[in-house]
Design a protein. Structure first.
Length: 405
């Protein structure tokens, strides 16, 4: 009998506490108390801030700990928005943040936490990848105002020590030319995560569906990340099993189905970014999502829906996708061709979520720019975290994009 010996690894548990349950937002003040937050600024988008069914339970649950509401986040995640938020933090004397909403609010709130105390040009706070692929993460030493995350989508974006922020373009620059890598700092991992299905249920179905695809892809990429380890393998596989059962009934689903999906995404995304080692586990699929969603009117999860099957096919052809673990997660270990069965299952889940299936459906995206998009994808920090022995070339990325067209 051959004994499987895991590779050497280093991993640190995150500091977040997790609260889950319908109506648990009523106890938000207790969560703020444990995080030592006396005056919290709520960070959310305009729609969330104007939707009573979402904002009121948060304000009621936090009680007199609410110092104000900054309802200005957008999918653009502009550095200007971050600066405005930091100014409001100072004006209301906030000592902590409640990030309410989807990935944009999570990123903006974490970036605000950094910019509130770190000095210098914000670009100097970002991770960078040099031409050789070496990742450099600046040392951010100042204590950060704590963040409590209250997600209303299923993206899993709240489980990171990273904040992706974009910068205004000028001249002939494109978004990937001017955006640095994310800001990494173990001190901006949310101090607490509050999952309330009654809040998540208020999110429009099309947004929830796309975010669920993003959350599922966290689990997929966790498994073939060069930073994978036995602990994150285990929770990712279990999370994917739950999502495999739940996503087909998510649209039109009841609160229980949404709650089950939230648990699945949490498990699939657990350990996404190691809060101490900063070992990022999202990688190739997310690199496609970052670049395309930044330049065209499509959610990142929508991009994932289109490209994930083609990325998986490429990885399996290269022997780099950890087929056996993914087959276990998606219940296809008995298939004659497990690799094809995994791809087929991902396609089936995508279709059940009623998400786009081709790049030609993306407004404004023309086929003749695919090579330029491929060049941008190869600059994304996520590519650095893919399978260690994978040779990902511009030609290969362009071919994946062409297959997805």
């Amino acid at each position: 009998m051959t004994r499987l010996v895991p590779p050497s690894f280093e991993y640190a548990y995150g500091p977040s506490t997790v609260r889950y349950g319908s109506g648990c937002i009523e106890h938000l003040v207790d969560t703020l108390d444990r995080a030592n937050i006396e005056r919290a600024l709520v960070v959310c988008g305009r729609t969330v801030g104007a939707t009573d069914a979402v904002i009121n339970p948060v304000l009621d649950g936090a009680g007199d700990r609410v110092a104000g509401v900054f309802a200005e986040t957008t999918p653009t995640k502009s550095i200007d928005t971050v600066r405005q938020g930091v100014t409001q933090m100072s004006e209301v004397d906030a000592d902590g943040l409640i990030a309410l909403g989807g990935g944009s609010s999570m990123d903006v709130a974490r970036a605000m936490s950094v910019l509130a105390v770190e000095e210098g040009d914000p670009r100097s706070l970002h991770a960078t990848v040099d031409p050789s692929g070496e990742l450099t993460v600046p040392e951010l030493t100042e204590p950060k105002p704590p963040v409590v995350a209250v997600p209303t989508t299923l993206s899993g974006a709240e489980l990171t020590s990273a904040a992706g922020v974009n910068y205004p373009t000028s001249g002939g620059e494109t978004a990937e030319d001017v955006r640095a890598g994310p800001i990494y700092d173990p001190k901006i991992v949310p101090a607490a995560l509050v999952y309330d299905p009654s809040l998540i249920r208020t999110t429009p179905e099309e947004i929830l569906a796309a975010s669920a695809m993003n959350g599922m892809d966290h689990g997929i990429e966790m498994l073939y990340s060069r930073h994978a380890n036995p602990l994150t393998d285990s929770v990712a596989v279990h999370g994917l099993r739950i999502l495999d059962e739940t996503l087909p009934v998510l649209r039109g689903g009841d609160e229980d189905a949404i709650g089950q999906a939230a648990v699945g995404v949490y498990l699939a995304s657990y350990g996404l970014i190691d809060p101490v080692v900063n070992a990022n586990k999202y990688n190739i699929i997310h690199a496609f999502g970052h670049i395309i969603s930044r330049q065209y009117p499509i959610q990142q999860g929508g991009v994932h829906a289109i490209v994930a099957p083609h990325v998986l096919e490429f990885l399996f052809e290269q022997g780099a996708g950890r087929v056996s673990l993914l087959a276990e997660a998606f219940g296809v270990t008995g298939a004659s061709d497990p690799a094809s069965a995994v791809v087929d299952r991902v396609v089936s889940l995508r279709d059940s979520l009623e998400l786009p299936a081709s790049l030609r459906s993306v407004e404004g995206l023309e086929r003749d720019v695919l090579e330029d998009i491929a060049a941008g994808i190869l600059k994304d920090v996520g590519v650095h975290n893919g399978p260690a022995d994978l040779d990902l070339t511009k030609a290969a990325v362009t071919q994946i994009l062409s297959d997805a067209w």
